[in-house]
Design a binder for this molecule. Structure first.
Ligand code: GLA
Length: 375
């Protein structure tokens, strides 16, 4: 494809999407998350050009965009090219001189479904562009640069989780990340456990207002605790006792958002310990609690996702189910006994369609490795 279009042999890179097992809206509060890289990914093929142009072909959109490497856009324009061009802009800001190149992009991470297609696109572009100039960064640093693409170029106020797991995921493992110092530990996912991802088909976007509002509400609660006892710049530093003491001073919604975030950090660390011990029943139980907290206290779910979780709970083989990702739609993650996964997926799809009239996409996935060069 790249060769036929650009008449140059490319270097090829891949970066995965992700599903988060537990730890939602905790990353920007410097707390804990436990995502997994999945076997849906974005591929990038890159070759240098000598005419000073940056030409990007997106196979999924059948669209080509051309830029001048010497006159880069300073901000995004709400177009798919914001992600690759944001990477070029951030790397240029870091002092790299990026020459012209041809880039072909293709991906199978379902778009707008909360599986981090944008993070995969950023990370794969970063690897590809850095290869042109013989530069590289350690995975955690690469993830920070790609997060800045979202925050500074695209204009989405997201945390570090998605870019981090895309850059640093490990096959057959979940990654418990401390979003404060980016230290992490890996916990194996037992071979007899399948990751069943169920797309509600309700579109999810983190650029939308709800993500921002929830973040602001939880941060307002944090500020009140910090005013009282100091040392609480982020909800990571707050406790349930703090909430019990000063919760009455908070707007009711702020109180609930903070209750979710503080308790979610506790659940996420507990779930990682349970996973390390192979105690899947406990992991599942914590995922169930996390969904209730996400839905009732954070109000980050939607009727369709609540239904998808409820239906999953009725089916044989389920270990734990919850809405994953930024919220307000997108996918649920279901940990399911491997030998029951196929029947589970089929039955869940049927029951969801019968109740909603919407045909969901249900995928049986596994934990994949992080971004790397293919050839
Ligand atoms: C989106 C963001 C992440 C994180 C999640 C919620 O995926 O990109 O940084 O905040 O939502 O956990």
């Amino acid at each position: 494809m790249h060769l036929a279009r650009f008449h140059a042999e490319p270097a090829i890179f891949v970066a995965p999407g992700r599903v988060n097992l537990i730890g939602e809206h905790t990353d920007y509060a410097e707390g804990f998350v436990m995502p997994v890289a999945i076997n849906f990914a974005t591929l990038a093929a890159i070759s240098p050009r000598s005419d000073g142009k940056i030409v990007i072909w997106a196979e999924n959109y059948s669209e080509e965009k051309t830029f001048d490497a010497a006159a880069l856009p300073a901000k995004g324009s709400k177009h798919w090219s914001d992600y690759p061009m944001g990477v070029v802009a951030i790397l240029t800001g870091e002092g790299h001189k990026i020459p012209g190149f041809s880039l072909s992009l293709w991906g199978d991470v379902p778009l707008g479904s909360g599986l981090s297609s944008s993070a995969a696109l950023e990370v794969v572009t970063a690897l590809a562009v850095l290869s042109l100039i013989d530069a590289s960064y350690p995975g955690p640093v690469l993830a920070r640069l790609c997060q800045r693409v979202e925050n500074e170029f695209v204009g989405a106020n997201c945390g570090i989780m998605d870019q981090f797991i895309s850059a640093n995921g490990k096959e057959n493992h979940a990654l418990l990340l401390d979003c404060r110092d980016l230290s992490f530990r890996l916990a194996p996912i037992p071979a007899n456990v399948a990751l069943v991802i169920a797309n509600t088909m309700v579109k999810h976007s983190i650029a939308g207002g709800d993500y921002k509002t929830r973040r602001a509400e939880s941060e307002a609660a944090c500020a009140i605790i910090n005013d009282h006892r100091g040392g609480v710049p982020f909800l990571r530093d707050a406790t349930l006792e703090d909430l019990a003491k000063w919760g009455h001073e908070m707007e009711p919604k702020s109180y609930l958002r903070a209750k979710h975030v503080i308790s979610e950090d506790l659940r996420t660390v507990a779930a990682s310990e349970a996973l390390l011990k192979g105690d899947m029943a406990e992991v599942g139980r914590l995922m169930g609690e996390a969904h209730t907290s996400y839905s009732k206290d954070f109000e980050g779910s939607c009727a369709e996702a609540d239904l998808m979780v409820e239906l999953a709970n009725e089916l044989p083989g389920l270990i734990g189910a919850r809405l994953t990702g930024g919220g307000f739609g997108g996918c649920t993650i279901n940990l399911v006994e491997q030998d029951k996964a196929k029947a589970f997926a089929e039955e869940l799809g049927k029951r969801y369609e019968a109740k909603t009239g919407i045909k969901p996409e249900i995928h049986i996935c596994h934990a994949s490795g992080g971004a790397h060069r293919l050839s």
